[in-house]
Design a protein around this ligand. Structure first.
Ligand SMILES: [Zn+2]
Length: 312
């Protein structure tokens, strides 16, 4: 779930040419906008699911700022409806950027039919040297999670936090974007997951114990972490759940040692100019390796009772 962005960027950015700095400086990337997200849905998606997705997008953008351009594409389970939505999607891609061929778009790997079959949610960040249109595309579906599950709501927040993360990296160069968002999932997924769950836990009607419950569940990943292994070395793939779950704990750990503002606001403000490590040291007061060392060697060894003390 939720890790499509890196593979998509890698697939899209095949050829690098000189970046036009003026173009990057003068477009509106990373600027808070009043332009609302666009919503598109397959024919079999109920109105209530579109409204639910909109509601949680609004909660996220009110909390973290409204970034864009952003499109939501909501897929149901009917494959014919998903195919029709795919056509609409590719026509829109071509309309927003004439260099994108409709046929090439229709033949992409992870199309809406695969979402209709397998479910899931994902973000596709489009910002590279080869395409004229930069923006964010979030896909939601009918399962994993389904709109009936509570998890659907924090998943919308999670995907939107990825929008927030990527909105703070301006470059169109894949290497520069990757060096700031990092290649392995612990940092970006841990951040999206913890911020989503934290924001969700603060909403009216959410049970008071929610965040602790969710975070305790994430500790089950500890049994899959190998002796001496660091979460930062775990790649996307079969074992990425460890990086998602313990990565979320790592963000909680940082916020507990500093503040939510240091992570959510100030780190991201500095990220583009200072890079990952520069922004990390400036805002958290030590290197990422020092933090990771303490996290693995001390914090993760604490009792459950002591660990959950850092969860608000
Ligand atoms: Zn994610």
């Amino acid at each position: 779930m939720k890790h499509l962005l890196l593979t998509t960027i890698a697939a899209v950015v095949l050829v690098g040419s000189g970046e036009n700095c003026d173009e990057v400086k003068h477009d509106n990337w990373g600027t808070i906008t009043s332009q609302q997200a666009e919503f598109y849905a397959a024919r079999d998606v109920p109105r209530s699911q579109i409204d639910l997705t909109k509601k949680w997008y609004e909660i996220a953008s009110n909390a973290w700022g409204n970034y864009g351009p952003l499109e939501f594409w909501i897929v149901g389970t009917n494959e014919i409806s998903a195919t029709t939505l795919d056509k609409k999607y590719c026509e829109l891609r071509n309309q927003k950027d004439k260099t994108i061929s409709i046929e090439h778009c229709l033949n992409r790997d992870h199309n809406f039919v695969s979402y209709a079959k397998g479910g899931n949610a994902g973000l596709n960040t489009r910002r590279n040297e080869n395409e004229k249109w930069s923006g964010f595309i979030i896909t939601m579906s009918a399962k994993f999670p389904s709109p009936q599950e509570e998890d659907y709501k924090p998943v919308v927040l999670h995907e939107y936090f990825h929008v927030y993360q990527h909105a703070h990296i301006y470059s169109k160069k894949n290497s520069e974007r990757k060096s700031r968002n990092l290649e392995n999932p612990w940092w970006s997924e841990g951040g999206a997951e913890y911020m989503a769950q934290l924001l969700y836990s603060k909403q009216n009607g959410v049970r008071p114990n929610y965040l602790r419950e969710i975070m305790e569940r994430k500790l089950r990943a500890l049994k899959d972490l190998r002796d001496g292994e660091s979460i930062k070395d775990i790649a996307y793939g079969k074992r990425s759940h460890i990086a998602y779950d313990l990565g979320a704990w790592f963000i909680a750990f940082i916020i507990n040692k500093t503040s939510e503002e240091a992570y959510r606001v100030n780190f991201f403000k500095d990220l583009n100019a200072k890079g990952f490590e520069g922004a990390f040291v400036k805002n958290f007061g030590a290197s990422s390796n020092d933090f990771l060392d303490e996290f693995h060697k001390i914090f993760l060894k604490l009792s459950l009772k002591d660990k959950v003390k850092i969860i608000p």
